[in-house]
Ligand binder design. Sequence first.
Ligand SMILES: [Zn+2]
Length: 255
Amino acid sequence: MFKKIIHAVFLYDNKRKAVTLLLVFAFIGCIKNQDRLFSQEAICVESTNAVKKVAFLTFDDGPSNMTEEILDTLKEEEVNASFFMIGELITEDKEPLLRRMVEEGNLIGIHTYTHRVKEIYASADAYIEDARKTADRIYEVTGTEPTYYRFPWGSSNCFISPFCDEIIVCMENDGYTYFDWNVSAEDSVGKPSQQKIIANIRKDYKKYKEPVILLHDSSINKNTAKALRYIIDELKAEGYEFATIDKRSKPCQFK
Ligand SMILES: [Zn+2]
């Protein structure tokens, strides 16, 4: 009898352990893949009315100490890009960079104020408050109201799924449109080389007349800034023009 009880407890414990382990693995998987989640699901329906080949370069997570180099390259290549900014990184010394972005025809959108997952994705209200704070900061510096935003980790990720629709509706009521991507440089995971970044983009952009390319503008993205010229030159050679996201025939959205 005693043996039977021990056996039952052991089995019960094992089941509990198995369930706990499964939950832990699922959680780790979610965290581990958070940067890649969207690039794996990066499918926004190709617009049917696009006639011209136009590429949309988008940079998340700026401003940073790479922003100036990125802007210099864009200017030399005579192309424009869209920047989704982190509000708390718009320090006084970075303000001239934002004004330069706008003066040179680039677009500034909202990314997040803090980029801290637990805070911004705690609730729909928390997300919206964070986004508004970022919009206010951008307006304060540039005098331009942002109208586009990009969800950190994209519009359907592990963190926002319970209230994603609520956020989208509320933000839409405030006049904001979210923008995902269909091509990823995958430059926020590890430290890919210039060649790897170029290869990541190359494997997908030709599928689209209007590729929306996800890149990052942060201090760890030196190779992104250096690869930019080659990316632009290759796309130009393939017949693509460049524009800011507001010129796309329709927003690139996963859902
Ligand atoms: Zn980000």
